[in-house]
Design a protein around this ligand. Sequence first.
Ligand SMILES: [Zn+2]
Length: 997
Amino acid sequence: MHDDRRLVEDRLARMLTTRIAPAKYAGSCPLEIEVWHVPDEPVPVAEALAADYEPFAVGQRWGAPWSTSWFRIRGAIPKEWQGKRVEAVIDLGFTKAQAGFQAEALAHDLQGRPIKGIAPRNDHVPLTGDVVGLLIEAAANPDVQENGMQPTMLGDKETAGKDPLYVFTAADVKLLDEDVWHLQMDVEVLSQLMHQLSTSDPRRHEILRALERALDAIDVADISGTAATARAELTEVLSRPAHASAHKLSAVGHAHIDSAWLWPQRETIRKTARTFATVTALAQEYPEFIFACSQAQQYAWIKEHQPIIFERIAAAVKAGQWAPVGGMWVESDANLPGGEALARQLVHGKRFFLDEFGYECEEVWLPDSFGYTAAFPQLAKLAGARWFLTQKMSWNQTNKMPHHTFWWEGIDGTKVFTHLPPVDTYNSEFSGKEMAYAVSNYLEKGRGTTSLVPFGYGDGGGGPTREMLERARRLRDLEGTAKVTIEKPSEFFEKAHEEYPDAPVWSGEMYLELHRATYTSQARTKAGNRRSEHLLREAELWAATAAVHGDFEYPYEAFDRLWKVVLLHQFHDILPGSSIAWVHKEAEAKYAAVAAELQAITNAALSSLAGSGDQRLIFNTSPRARSEVIDGALTSVPASGAAVVSTVDATEVTVTDRLLDNGLVRITVDDNGLMTSVIADGREILSSPGNLLQLHPDLPNFWDAWDIDAHYKRRHTDLTNVDSINVVSTGAEGAIEVVRSFGSSRITQVISVRAGSRRIDVRTEIDWHESEKILKAAFPIDIHADRSAAEIQFGHVYRPTHTNTSWDAARFEIYAHRWVHVAEPGYGVAVLNDSTYGHDIGRVSNEDGTTTTTVRLSLVRAPRFPDPYADQGKHVMTYSLLPGASISDAVAEGYALNLPVRSARGATIPDPLVTVDSDAVTVEAVKLADDQSGDVIVRLYEALGGRASAVVKTSFPVSSVQAADLLERPLADASVTSEGIPVSLRPFQVLTLRLSR
Ligand SMILES: [Zn+2]
């Protein structure tokens, strides 16, 4: 036979795109349009119903960036179409750009009830009856990435300009020709499948010839009249069943909607409304359709702003067509949130779904976060989750994860059954290419037979489309491709687990080899998160103490609300610093408001505890006893307790403008303001000058706010020029201030030590006006360390300091919470911080045989996309060097640095509500139970990585104790004796106790 394969394929391509697809509508009539441009921010539909509309026509421009216009669209449906499949088709001026990153709209009826979203690839609104009446809320969202990753002013309403962005292109009533549309679906599915098959595969040629016969059957002058005949030519090839060994794809509708990113939060509320309206409408049309939807926050927004859509969601959940997934408040960053905050993500997410739908999520759903903490398996399990899903690890630049389905083991040994969909996308459209890729990429072949495919356009693109569902129907059981079944993620996980119970194990963190700058970008957002987490701990502890020991009213509502604000801002584009200026400006304002409210709660609780009197009392929120210099005296305060300020003067620190010495540490500063020597425990800590500020160029290859690329290290400037060095504090706390200017920026650092402590604090104020640079603070430490420890949630992880393997080398930037620690047997040094996360730790061997382990903190960056002025302006932070530190010391001082003592005047020293007689068993949270029963909740963890036994004592009578899950649901009774509550924990175990009074 002559080989004319390519000729047939070319003919097919032209017919499909220029003849069949355009013929899907058999008729079209224009509709009448009127408009009301909203003066400023979006308004509720009631206001739009009452507004004055003016005439508007197709071809007119509309929509300044971020503005809203309401279009009232009316007309008649031709008589001969009535009873057929008629729809309004609206083109707001859609571009070829990604769906979800341009104009979008929500169609309502003329009574203001939402019908369905309108998006570039989902532009129709179904119509019935004989007249058309639609009210369309159109959002002129700009495409912030229209010029790739170039700096743009579009990311803030104040700077985005006023010129209209869009040309209104069409508003028509159209008649859908179902034969033609189904022919288009048949041809697309077969053609895409054919192109994935080998040319040596007979199936490819059978499909080719069937398609050729279908094309022959079409009269191009009468596609509508000949479509059914053409389809008949395809019936046989479409009915061939899949091979017995075909891979099984478990498909679920999805719309990954970032809770803020290249748009502000208020637009996310509307994006979710549009997508959810579309999805619930689609569920009516396709009974087999199931939609998986995460992020309780988005449901809460819909409940508040779009009650009608929320009712439809609740009905879809009940009908089994809507699966809440993830059980988290938002899809948070999965590296940076503190331990208690990550627990609360799960608590508030799961509780919302339980309260609203009686639905218990059993999986964690984080397809898009930038790496996954090794604390997650335990937290997931303690929240009642059995499974974990992500897709982001496929973005690794260097190393490919070796498994798609595996047991993920956390720092404490807990394992969670985990799946990375091999389709490598969470926005699948069931293209032939995606189907074939999922199969070929799947690493468990021979052991496992199934993988998951989330399908649908995200970020306002409208989610799954009817075309995707039509493709899924054709892909159920089709020779040459994987078998597609639409089902809930829980059904997928049950089956995957059942067939593969002995899946391989991945132990420790899932470090994303990309987006490493998200530990540092938008430093004020990060500082706000860190501060909020600690203020919440503080307010809960003192409010609970004051409520149990007095008549203080525990502010349940405020804590619930404030936690949710903090949890929302841990979303995986806010806390990582990868959003537009608008988002980060709002985040900073929200953090300030949260701080003010929490300070007020804490102050009220403390004054309730202290009673009236004139003694100066000091309160210590941290889980360890500590000594602090207050008014020149050294005062000791118990863990979670209070003390009267001492009046005995502490030993003075020796201080000159070149020396600080408190008898425990002796720091020498040179003329450049650098620490040239730090002597503690009779040894020199530094190999070369420390607290060296280093400025690197920082222009990543692609994603500005997200990435720091390894090449940044090859150039740097040491900031050694000094404006001034002065003694700024003497007495029991000695401090030297070093001021430097460079470029357009200025840094003021106060290096201080206080009596009785080895900790050297460096309070740093940066007035930052650099561009595409990163500032690091280096401590070259004379320690031979193979690995560094970094605090994460409820524990720490070790990472190599060398670069033996490609996996080690790829971790050239790492994150830590409050501390990192490097040690050789017998001696360790910790570096602590109160607001930053990014670090790099490496080592070099010196000529004399010694090893220098250099710890550097990433203080501030200056990326230009998506916020062109990211990080500009003032930053205040403190980092500390702690010589002679064990891990236990690092834990204690990490808490102390982040939880400054508070003072109040009063008469009473309250007993700590809860004490623990072990340094390893660490109190993370003390609060009253969320069910308002008055029970006290205590969350503890083993912080050192070993086994620990301890007795938990309370300053109030306890009638019974139960171990509980994170949601405070009892798991098992625990014993309580006259001595207290004995507990024994395995390494890094988290334990929640519920104490009844
Ligand atoms: Zn995302």
